[in-house]
Each structure stands twice: as structure tokens, then as C-alpha cells.
Design a protein around this ligand. Structure first.
Ligand SMILES: Nc1ncnc2c1ncn2[C@@H]1O[C@H](COP(=O)(O)OP(=O)(O)OP(=O)(O)O)[C@@H](O)[C@H]1O
Length: 256
């Protein structure tokens, strides 16, 4: 299954947020979207997920989701969005309800995703007992449990400290090696994009237009062993983005 944005434009009132965006997220592909504050990254993700209808162009899905997919698209948010009154297991089980799955199969799916996200021993813990990194693992386990064709990830690691973020990036790389998920992954953090993205789509400041698409052909699992190449890509992205990021920052502070 492929997610496609075809010449998408969008405005809120008089403010044009996205201008003529065309991109695709293929099967087993992680596409990272980077760009200055307010350039429309979250809007793009909502349009891709069908939560918002674009003013111009179209969000399309080509091909079929995996046959056992319960939900073709799932979101992972920065703030984890866990229910505090449900345990880890209960939070995952929530998204499996109303799909007509029998209890044994549900238990099997939950055990599988908790194992993949290294949460087995925390199955009965409450969200308040977990660190930020663990909470985000639960959110990722929950997203994976429906076997989505693609995950829509809106700055999933940005609420975490840098060490936890590094650990979770390693976990996401491992997970991708195991289940080969597809994702559209929004981030402010270029190091994250260079570590996790098969392709990086760089947007201009608002109205967001595609400035550049960078394809990284170093396999995800090997990137940690190529610090010089990845640092060079990150530097180049930052050089291309710096002036726009500064201008966007000034623009936003003027508004405030
Ligand atoms: N529902 C809405 N109604 C009106 N304006 C909106 C709405 N959603 C977003 N905007 C505006 O659209 C612009 C783009 O917002 P969006 O959140 O998509 O950008 P972003 O690149 O994700 O921002 P950031 O990097 O700061 O998270 C911003 O100026 C924002 O204030």
C-alpha cells in the first residue's frame, strides 16, 4: 500500500499553509518530513491520514493494506496519548476492541507487540509508573497491534530527553528490521531524520513547499556505523534549512 499526496495545497482562512505538495510513502518505507516551525508538517500528516480534507489536490491510497490489518493507518503522537486508568496491556487492548477478535487471538497479538517493543514485563504496569520513553513504547506497541499499513508519527520522540530519544531510535530501527513498518514521520530533529528516514522531505517555511527530497541509501541498521556520512547529510540539511528556520522563528515571535 502506498500513501500519496497529489499536488496538495491547504489554507486556514487567508493563511496558505501548504502549497502544491506531492509525495508518497511506499511499503516498508520511512519518510521523514522536516521543516521550520509552522510550515505545515502536522497539517500534512492530518491530510495524509484523511483527518483533514485539502483545499486543493488529493490524498490517495494506492493498493491494499495487509490482509490482516485491522486499521490501515494509525497515529503516534508526541504526548503518548495513553489512558491513565488502563494498564500497559489495557492501553494496547483498547484498539483491538470492536474488531470481532476472540480473546485468545487478542492475547496473542498483545503478547507479540509487547515483546517486540520490550514491554513484556511491564504488561500490568500503569502509565504513571512508566518513564517517558516507556510510555512512548506503549504508544508504538498500540499502533503496531492493529498491523497498520502505515504509521503516521507526529514528533514521537520530541518530548523525550536526548538519551531516551537515542535509545528509542535504536528500538525503532530494530522494530523496522523485524516488522518492516511504513511511516510518515514528522520531526524537528535532523539527527532523528537522518537516523530513521529512508527519504527525508524538506519543506520550506510557510507556505510549506517541497524544497528538497534526500534519499539515504545506507541501510537503517548500519547508519550508527557511518557517523561521518550521516553527520555530513545532517550538516547539509541544516545549511539548507538554517536561514528559513531563523526567518520562521522571527515570524512566529512577531505574531506573539
Ligand atoms: N485548525 C487550524 N486552524 C487554523 N490555523 C491552523 C490550524 N492548524 C494549524 N494552523 C496553522 O497552520 C500553520 C501550520 O501549522 P502546523 O501545525 O501544520 O505546522 P508545523 O510545521 O507542524 O508546526 P510546528 O513545527 O511548530 O509543530 C500554523 O501557522 C498554525 O498556526
Amino acid at each position: 500500500m502506498e500513501l500519496i499526496l497529489d499536488h496538495v495545497s491547504h489554507s486556514y482562512g487567508d493563511v496558505t499553509v501548504l502549497d502544491d505538495i506531492s509525495l508518497s510513502v511506499g511499503s516498508r518505507e520511512i519518510v521523514c518530513i522536516v521543516g521550520p516551525s509552522g510550515c505545515g508538517k502536522s497539517t500534512l500528516l492530518r491530510i495524509l491520514g484523511g483527518l483533514e480534507k485539502p483545499d486543493g489536490g488529493a490524498a490517495l491510497i494506492a493498493g491494499d493494506p495487509p490482509s490482516d490489518s485491522l486499521n490501515p493507518l494509525t497515529y503516534v503522537f508526541q504526548d503518548f496519548a495513553l489512558l491513565p486508568w488502563r494498564t500497559v496491556e489495557g492501553n494496547v487492548s483498547l484498539v483491538l476492541e470492536d474488531h470481532g477478535i476472540d480473546r485468545a487471538r487478542k492475547r496473542e497479538i498483545i503478547a507479540d507487540v509487547l515483546a517486540r517493543t520490550k514491554l513484556t514485563e511491564f504488561a500490568h504496569a500503569w502509565p504513571r509508573q512508566l518513564s517517558g520513553g516507556m510510555k512512548q513504547r506503549v504508544a508504538i506497541a498500540r499502533a503496531l497491534s492493529v498491523n497498520p499499513a502505515a504509521m503516521l508519527m507526529d514528533e514521537p520522540l520530541s518530548a523525550l530527553d536526548s538519551q531516551t530519544r537515542d535509545l528509542l531510535m535504536d528500538d525503532l530501527v530494530d522494530l523496522w528490521g523485524q516488522v518492516g513498518f511504513s511511516a510518515c514521520y514528522i520531526t524537528h530533529n535532523l539527527a532523528e531524520a537522518v537516523r530513521l528516514g529512508h527519504r527525508i522531505v524538506m519543506l520550506s517555511r510557510r507556505p510549506g513547499r517541497i524544497r528538497e527530497i534526500v534519499e539515504i541509501d545506507i541501510p537503517l541498521a548500519e547508519r550508527a556505523n557511518h557517523p561521518e556520512e550521516t553527520a555530513a547529510i545532517q550538516r547539509r540539511l541544516w545549511e539548507a534549512m538554517r536561514d528559513e528556520a531563523r526567518a520562521a522563528d522571527r515570524e512566529l515571535s512577531n505574531v506573539a
